[in-house]
Design a protein around this ligand. Structure first.
Ligand code: FES
Length: 108
């Protein structure tokens, strides 16, 4: 089996990457956490390092590593599969700040 070193990940089984709405570019980027995989970024975005220097994404849709095992960080290289990375697509529980907002105790 060959290993892809592209920034475009293999979609998880049962997931149609084309089925994820890209949204209107005027609305900005859509970031989709893939189950057991990377963050897929589509739309109108800029990728910069922590000093603000532009990182050429090389394509319009990119996959950002969230497992920490990629050899081409910040991009995904598919290493998450070999590493057995496991994470849900959606939060398994709300963030504490989200709970506070819903309770009306905090406004931002
Ligand atoms: S999420 Fe794919 S290599 Fe880390």
């Amino acid at each position: 089996m060959s290993r892809s070193l592209s920034a475009e990940p293999d979609p998880p089984e049962g997931v149609d990457p084309e089925g994820v709405p890209a949204g209107d570019p005027a609305d900005g980027a859509t970031i989709t956490p893939y189950r057991d995989g990377p963050l897929i970024v589509r739309g109108n975005f800029r990728l910069v390092d922590q000093d603000g220097a532009e990182i050429d994404p090389g394509r319009e849709t990119i996959a950002l590593c969230r497992c920490g095992k990629s050899g081409i960080k910040p991009f995904c290289d598919g290493s998450h599969k070999r590493a057995g990375f496991s994470a849900p697509s959606a939060p398994s529980r709300p963030r504490p700040a989200a709970r506070l907002r819903r309770a009306g105790r905090r406004e931002d």
